[in-house]
Design a protein around this ligand. Structure first.
Ligand code: 13P
Length: 252
């Protein structure tokens, strides 16, 4: 049985003061217990990982893990501005998002780089959250499944059996930050297609890998999305910045 996982991707938001308030509210909200068999994490900007890690400990928020939004594809060396997987592990991260569409579009990250990052994350004992997804043009031209399955196939070719220790996040680019959520059925169909593509490689890996949905997840659509058989949780952007919305999605 795959656990339901909700991960908040804060993107480039937050401040020392607002993070403190956010964690205080979520600590209070989680105090009365959370649904069993679920996992929750937040991915703040690199600059706030240490602060958020200590606040999670200070408030004893046992239900909440820490994650990062990106990582270097290299282990160490002369890579100005980069952050290695070992550093993220040392700061207490359990998850690392790789290949987010904003990195693919704005920083020209290709599938090979995404896979190299996922390997760094795995080698440091953390879980990569590998993002895939099609643009509006790709969907409108009827190629959504072909594009997404090709992205998945690239990861399969590099990561092989190690994919069993990864999460995949299906994030249609047209649904990110736009309020245009994929309907639960459209999302389910793509999650199913991803799982079938994984099963072509290995049935066991396919049944183990958690596939999260991302793109305008809100408290009012999370219930329907999470009820789908191949949707194993959500990667939540905007709504994760509001502690009450994040809690409501975690409980959906
Ligand atoms: P929104 O939830 O703001 O659409 O962002 C989704 C996302 O990109 C999460 O990684």
């Amino acid at each position: 049985m795959r656990p339901l996982i909700v991960i908040g991707n804060w993107k480039m938001h937050g401040s020392l003061a607002s993070n403190q308030d956010w964690l205080k509210s979520v600590a209070r909200g989680m105090q009365s217990g959370m649904p069993a068999g679920r996992k929750f994490a937040i991915c703040p900007p690199f600059a706030y990982l240490a602060q958020c890690g200590s606040l999670i400990k200070e408030h004893a928020i046992a239900f909440l893990s820490l994650g990062a939004q990106d990582v270097s594809s290299q282990g160490s060396g002369a890579y100005t501005g980069e952050v290695s997987a070992a550093m993220l592990k040392e700061l207490g991260c359990q998850y690392v998002i790789v290949g987010h569409s904003e990195r693919r579009q704005l920083h020209h990250e290709v599938d090979e780089v995404v896979a190299a990052k996922a390997l760094q994350v795995l080698d440091s004992g953390m879980t990569p959250v590998i993002c895939v997804g099609e643009t509006a043009d790709e969907r409108n031209s009827g190629r959504a499944e072909e594009i997404v399955c090709a992205q998945v196939a690239k990861q399969v070719s590099v990561l092989q059996d190690r994919l069993a220790d990864c999460l995949i996040a299906y994030e249609p680019v047209w649904a990110i930050g736009t309020g245009k959520v994929a309907s639960a059925q459209v999302a389910q169909d793509m999650h199913r297609a991803i799982r079938l593509r994984l099963a072509e490689f290995d049935e066991d890996v396919a049944s183990h890998v958690g596939i999260l949905y991302g793109g305008s997840v809100k408290p009012d659509n999370a219930v329907e999305l999470f009820a789908m058989p191949d949707i194993d949780g959500g990667l939540v952007g905007g709504a994760s910045l509001n502690p009450q919305d994040f809690l409501a999605i975690c409980q959906a």
